[in-house]
Design a protein around this ligand. Sequence first.
Ligand SMILES: [Cu+2]
Length: 480
Amino acid sequence: MQRRDFLKIAGMAAAGAPLAAQPQQSFLRPAASQDIAKTDFTLQIGPVTVELAPNRILSTIGYNGTCPGPLLRMKEGVPVTVNVVNNTDVPEFVHFHGLLIPSDVDGSEEEGTPPVPPHGSRKYQFTPTPAGTRWYHTHTMSMDDLHRGSFTGMFGFLVVEGANNPGQYDQEHYLALRDWEPYFTNQNMDTDDLDAVWPQPEKPSVLDTRPAGIEVASDIYSINDKALGAGEPIRVKRGDRVMFHFLNASAIENRHIALPGHKFNIVALDGNPVPTPAAMDVLMLGPGERIDAWVEMNQPGIWIMGAPEDPVREGGLGIVIEYAGQQRTPQWVAPPKSVWDYTIFGKPPSQLTGQSAPTEKLDMIFEKVPRGEGKFNTFTVNGKRYPHEQEFVLKQGTRYRLTFHNRTDDAHPLHLHRHQLEIAEIYGKPTSGVIKDTVVVPTYGRASVDFTADQPGLTLFHCHIQQHMDFGFKALLRYA
Ligand SMILES: [Cu+2]
């Protein structure tokens, strides 16, 4: 099927064509029906079909026959066993993203986690912490195979429940943003309108004008497993407070989300409560990032919540919000101009309390080598290729200030495993109290993050764009 045919189908559904009855997804079950005391989980890796729209059915690999995989709801501090059964012909790794757990169960080959063998199984046993919206996904390399790694359907939400779970809202939804049928292209697909507004202290005085290699792109999108208009709408009543847990599960690109006439009240980034909750018109999430935000439903109508970029939204990245008693075509209205800025949610550095100031510095300089490996770009960290044996050796108990120097023409979502990063400076602005595991550093931008080396064991750092990671954008931190 051609892309335009698919868009026609999704567009027809969005314009009010009858929607086929969909079985209620287990993924969207309200919290009340979850067994919060569960400590044993099984993930079966195998083929799944994803019905994005009635005439758009994809085959991929996923967990337990669904995509996204089941929501894993754990209790903070209560040990769990995740039994992973691999029904495929290749070794697999399940990474638990945002959890502070040992290297041997973190799910990264680089850190020494044993693989789940083909047609075999392996138990991951750990004590989940900290509380918040986490997620799990495959951590294999893809290289030039767009049917492997995070291009597959192997991802799902993981919620670690803390002692306090006030839940002062009328409903909650877990929404994973995805793209499908990736392909290689040498067109510049960048949609990052954010980059122009930020200082570019790392921009080289002489730009590298060598022709760039091919990158991965996609034109087909979904929220969870449905393209815009093809799934059930989210049904609300005026006055409802609806909590949304967003995840960018893309392997490829940063994404934006807006809901016409409504504001997102952001309470947590990467699952960690922010010091200064704030309302925003548009959300931005790099691959790997999560945002918890509630919306007060106070504009009756039928709306499209989705990507502000027309080709992305029309390609499927959206979902219909339907107020009770309303009958009309779902409406999209472009949001007011909005700049995503992590420091909005922080507090001034002077208010830093209870945290020792960092005593050691680490620097990472990122550079892109156009066509560094055949037709693919490669990346270096501090001018070197992975694995940086003596470059990043941590002293137990020490607090570090890690500065990212992005000397490339892309915004990169940078992820450190098994540790929490507190943003100290970004966009040339100091801040504190914003705790993340993945930080998008703008084009030619610089950011500093603080972390405490209190998780002994090999620790992987990488860009969460799969192709960048595979072609060099990673480093291994170790403890002395
Ligand atoms: Cu990257």
